[in-house]
Design a protein around this ligand. Structure first.
Ligand code: CAA
Length: 444
C-alpha cells in the first residue's frame, strides 16, 4: 500500500473576535494576565450571526476543493466531527454536501456521509476512519473529506467562558498525501469519565479542574499504550501538537509528557547531573512521599535548559493559532499541527521526513497519541493558507456586542441581532425550512 494521510488542509475562523485582555478581562474584573499568561490566550473567535458549524465547515471545504481543483466525484466520503450538532438524526455532513452542491457541477450522491462524536477527539477519529477506508481499498480511487467544526460556546459567567472559540478545519485524506502520512503507531487511553458533557443541552456542564486532571490521566495512559509499540524519545519528533483547549493546558501536559519520555534515556542521565534522577515509586514507603518528590522534581525540571529547549522547539510553535482563536474543540489539535507547520515554513526549517507526535483528546474521556511523517508537499500546502489574513480581518467586538452575539447563538433565546460583517464569497445560514431544518445559501 502507498502511504495514506492528509493531502490538504484548510481553515475557516469565525468572523468575530473577542479580545480577552482588552475587552473580556476588564468586564469580568480580572487581571488581563490571567488570560494571556495563565491560560495563554489573547482572543477568541466567534461566529457572526449568519455563521454556524455548517457554514464554517462548508466554507473551509469549498476553499480546499477550489485550491485542489476537486469536483464532487473526487470525494467518496464526507465525515463531519463536531460536538456542536443541532440535530440528533440528520448529520451535519448532509448539510455541508448540500451547500457544496449549490456551487459545483455534479453531486455527492455516491459519497458515504456521517458524523463522528466523541467530544474533541472525534476529529482525529474521523481521520482514522478515513485512513482505514482508504487503506482497506474501499475508496475506488476517491479521497475523503474530514471536517472538524465547532462553535465552542459556554454558558455566560461559567468557568469555561474565557476559553470559547469557533471555527472549522477541513482535511482531504488521500493516498500519497502532500502534508503528512499517518502510521500504524497509535496508543489509546480511554475511560468512562464525568468531566465535561452536554446531556441534551447546548452549553456544556463542566467540572473545569477535574477536566484538566482527566486530560492528563488519559494522555498518560495513551502514551503508555503508544510506547508499547514505538519509541518516544523526545528527539524522535520535530513537533508535538496537542489538543489545545487553551495553551496553559498544553504547558502542563508538555512537562508531564517530557518527564515520561525522557525517563530511562540518555536525557534523564544528562539532566540528572543538575537535578538528580526522576523519583521511582519503588524507592518510597508511601504514595504521598513519592508524589511530593515528583512535584519537587517537576519544579526543577521545568527550569532545566534541556526541557526549555525542547518545549520551545517542539511545543511552543504549535500554540500560535490557538492563542488567537481559543478552543475549536474537534479542530483544536488540527490547528496545532497547522501552527507547527506554519512556524517551520516561516523559519525556513526543512521538515520533509520528520515525525510528529500528535496528542488528541476528548472529554468523557479518551486520548489518542499517534505518529505522523511529514511529506514533501507540506510547505506548499501551508503556504497556501490564509489564516493570518482571516484572523486579522475579524470584527473586534465590544463587550456589549459580545453579550448580544452570545445571546444570538443561544438556542434557548429568540434574539434578533444584526450581523457585524458583510458575507462575501461564502455560505451563510439564511433561515429555516418547513420541518425546522436550517437553510443555507451561497453569497457571491
Ligand atoms: N497572572 C498570571 N497567571 C494567572 C493570573 C494572573 N493574574 N491569574 C490566574 N493565573 C493563572 C492560574 O494560576 C492558572 O494557572 P495554573 O493552573 O498554571 O496555576 C491559570 O491562570 C488559570 O487560572 P484559574 O485556574 O484560576 O482559572 P479558572 O479556574 O477560572 O479556569 C479552567 C480554568 C477551569 C480550566 C476553565 O477555563 C474551564 O473550566 N475551562 C473549560 C474546561 C477545559 O478547557 N478543560 C481543559 C481540559 S478538558 C479538554 O481539553 C476538553 C475540552 O476541550 C473542553
Amino acid at each position: 500500500m502507498t502511504s495514506v494521510g492528509i493531502d490538504a488542509v484548510e481553515i475557516w475562523t469565525g468572523k468575530l473576535k473577542l479580545d480577552l485582555p482588552e475587552t473580556f478581562a476588564p468586564a469580568q474584573g480580572d487581571d488581563p494576565e490571567k488570560y494571556t499568561k495563565g491560560l495563554g490566550l489573547e482572543a477568541s473567535s466567534f461566529p457572526d450571526t449568519y455563521e454556524d458549524i455548517v457554514t464554517m465547515g462548508a466554507n473551509a471545504a469549498k476553499r480546499l476543493m477550489d485550491r485542489k481543483g476537486l469536483a464532487p466525484d473526487d470525494v467518496g466520503r464526507i465525515d463531519v466531527a463536531t460536538e456542536s450538532a443541532f440535530d440528533n438524526s440528520k448529520p451535519v455532513s448532509t448539510y455541508v454536501a448540500g451547500c457544496l452542491e449549490q456551487v459545483y457541477d455534479g453531486d455527492f450522491h455516491h459519497a458515504n456521509k456521517g458524523e463522528r462524536k466523541f467530544a474533541c477527539i472525534s476529529g482525529t477519529q474521523a481521520l482514522d476512519d478515513a485512513y482505514n477506508w482508504i487503506a482497506a481499498g474501499r475508496n475506488r480511487g476517491r479521497a475523503a473529506l474530514v471536517i472538524a467544526t465547532d462553535t465552542a460556546l459556554y454558558a455566560r459567567d461559567s468557568s469555561g467562558e474565557a476559553t470559547q472559540g469557533a471555527g472549522a478545519v477541513a482535511m482531504l485524506i488521500d493516498e500519497d498525501p502532500s502534508v503528512v502520512a499517518l502510521s500504524h503507531e497509535q496508543g489509546y487511553g480511554s475511560a468512562d469519565e464525568t468531566d465535561f458533557l452536554k446531556p441534551q443541552q447546548q452549553f456544556p456542564s463542566v467540572d473545569g479542574k477535574r477536566s484538566m486532571q482527566v486530560y492528563l490521566a488519559r494522555m498518560r495512559e495513551a502514551l503508555e499504550d503508544f510506547e508499547s509499540q514505538a519509541s518516544t524519545h523526545p528527539e524522535d519528533f520535530a513537533y508535538v501538537p496537542f489538543h489545545t483547549p487553551f495553551p496553559g493546558m498544553v504547558r502542563k501536559a508538555g512537562l508531564l509528557g517530557y518527564r515520561h519520555i525522557a525517563r530511562n534515556t540518555d536525557l534523564e542521565t544528562e539532566i540528572a547531573e543538575e537535578i538528580g534522577r526522576q523519583p521511582r515509586e519503588e524507592d518510597f514507603d508511601d504514595r504521598e512521599g513519592y508524589e511530593e518528590a515528583i512535584q519537587s522534581y517537576m519544579d526543577d525540571l521545568k527550569r532545566t535548559e534541556q526541557y526549555q529547549d525542547w518545549y520551545d522547539a517542539a511545543i511552543e510553535p504549535t500554540l500560535s493559532i490557538s492563542r488567537q482563536v481559543g478552543n475549536w474543540y474537534t479542530g483544536s489539535v488540527h490547528i496545532a499541527r497547522v501552527s507547527a507547520l506554519l512556524s517551520a515554513a516561516e523559519t525556513g526549517r526543512g521538515l520533509t521526513g520528520d515525525r510528529l507526535l500528535v496528542a488528541s483528546y476528548g472529554s468523557g474521556a479518551q486520548a489518542e497519541i499517534h505518529a505522523e511523517t511529514v511529506r514533501e508537499g507540506w510547505r506548499e500546502e501551508v503556504e497556501a493558507l490564509t489564516v493570518d489574513e482571516q484572523l486579522r480581518r475579524r470584527y473586534d467586538l465590544t463587550f456589549e456586542e459580545y453579550e448580544r452575539v452570545h445571546d444570538a447563538h443561544n438556542h434557548d433565546l429568540d434574539t434578533e441581532v444584526e450581523e457585524f460583517t458583510q458575507p462575501s464569497g461564502e455560505f451563510v445560514h439564511a433561515g429555516w425550512g418547513r420541518m425546522n431544518e436550517r437553510k443555507y445559501e451561497y453569497v457571491e
